[in-house]
Design a protein around this ligand. Structure first.
Ligand SMILES: *Cc1c(COP(=O)(O)O)cnc(C)c1O
Length: 426
């Protein structure tokens, strides 16, 4: 059934480490290989179609191969793909973001979320002349040295990858999410904090919903201590609303990083924020940041087309995505209840995740209580029924504007099938 993917995987492991170009793409015994995609669906090299809830980890908010975005990109391709000379389109993109989001007075465009958070932290350090970074356990800010940090059982910072010096990770202090007291304690004790960086709605430890007033309180204490607040909105930007989490929760951070939904599947990311912070970037300031492909006209064209479509359609797009995500998660909860499978479902706007635990999931520690064997049964069973979700409990499922009501019905049936396998196993 998966013969073509198996052959491709064998070839891949000979020339690509682990057979994949990003580790999350691997799952046991080998991943299926994608051949094409359209709308809400992705088709494998084995000629099997799946309803996609990975959607480029949330990037494809308007669906795969969206005609409007593709037409815009095609017309750009025929007049050049890289100039390394400024273009009018870059100005237009900066203006669009500034108009949409009051916190984004200026924008610098880069290529990936990792680059965006790395440079956002550099800005904060330069601005405050302090070095320490506070991040939250389970929040992900890309594969860079200052954010690949976790806590050991004593609460000490440790690198979460080999190859990162301890000296680097000791610059980052890790606190649990949704625990204001612990954050306040660190902020009270220290005066060497440059910035607090967080996903306002964490989507990289499964999906976690912030407590009411939690984000407002973080904004308050960072202002009091003159600490730069960085919202890493690589996932939430343009997804929770056209103005992302800052609009959704009514909070004005100092710096915001965007990437996934901004260009509907083309590689573009941005560092946005206050003029006095952003103007520190070279050549106007002396914080060095540079990239050959930054602001390339192909990705910028995709971003302008995506944002234009989202702004034009916002009164239909966001309510519809929320409505179908709500009916999907209602259906999943009902099926789990009928099959007597204890689980918690997090959902907000067009994102959701199911955890196999009966206790509340509000941070990394509680997310880890989920029964991972059950998650793996779920993942395989959904695949068998033609539904693809990210292959890890600690990721988030994403809907797009192209998901149809029939997709939702089929997906609920697939979850019900998965739960039926679990109740047999008990
Ligand atoms: C995906 C992600 C990143 C990293 O983006 P890349 O483009 O993969 O480098 C950073 N922050 C968050 C919140 C993300 O989800």
């Amino acid at each position: 059934m998966y013969d073509n993917s198996r052959i491709l995987y064998d070839r891949a492991t000979k020339v690509i480490p682990g057979g994949v170009n990003s580790p999350i793409r691997f799952f046991e015994p080998f991943p299926f290989f994608a051949a094409s995609a359209n709308g809400s669906s992705v088709t494998s090299s084995d000629h099997i179609s799946y309803i996609d809830y990975c959607m480029g980890y949330g990037s494809l908010i308007l669906g795969h191969a969206n005609t409007e975005i593709l037409e815009a990109v095609k017309s750009q391709l025929s007049i050049g793909s890289l100039y390394c000379i400024p273009t009018e389109k870059e100005v237009v993109l900066g203006e669009m973001i500034a108009q949409l989001i009051p916190a984004c007075e200026m924008t610098r465009v880069v290529n990936s979320g990792t680059e965006a958070t790395m440079n956002a932290i550099r800005l904060a350090r330069a601005h405050t002349r302090r070095s320490k970074v506070i991040k939250f356990e389970g929040c992900y800010h890309g594969a860079q040295d200052y954010s690949l940090v976790s806590r050991d059982s004593f609460g000490h910072s440790i690198p979460s990858s080999n190859g990162i010096p301890k000296e680097f990770s000791s610059e980052t202090i890790v606190v649990p999410f949704n625990d204001l007291a612990q954050l306040e304690e660190v902020m009270r004790e220290r005066d060497d904090i440059s910035c607090v960086i967080l996903e306002p709605v964490p989507a990289n430890m499964g999906l976690i919903i912030p407590d009411k007033e939690y984000l407002t309180s973080i904004r308050k204490i960072t202002l009091e201590k003159n600490v730069v607040l960085i919202f890493d909105e690589v996932v939430t930007g343009f997804r929770l609303a056209t103005g992302g989490a800052s609009e959704f929760f009514g909070i004005k951070p100092d710096i915001i990083t965007f990437s996934k939904s901004v260009a509907n599947g083309f590689s573009l990311a941005t560092i946005c924020g206050k003029r006095e912070l952003l103007e520190q970037f070279t050549p106007s300031g002396d914080v060095y940041q540079a990239s050959t492909y930054a602001g390339n006209p192909v990705a910028v064209t995709a971003a302008i087309a995506t944002l234009s479509a989202l702004i034009r359609g916002r009164d239909q797009i966001y309510p519809r995505m929320t409505r179908i995500c709500d009916s999907l998660t209602d259906g999943i909860k009902e099926a789990a209840h009928q099959r007597k499978i204890p689980c918690r479902v997090s959902n907000i706007s067009s994102m959701y995740q199911v955890f196999f635990t009966s206790s509340e999931v509000r941070d990394m520690a509680s997310a880890k209580k989920s029964n991972l064997d059950r998650f793996n049964v779920l993942f395989r069973a959904l695949l068998d029924k033609g539904v693809f979700i990210p292959p890890s409990q600690f990721e988030t499922c994403f809907l797009s504007y192209s998901h149809a009501d029939e997709d939702i019905d089929r997906t609920i049936e697939a979850y019900d099938y998965a739960f039926s396998l679990m109740s047999l196993k008990k």
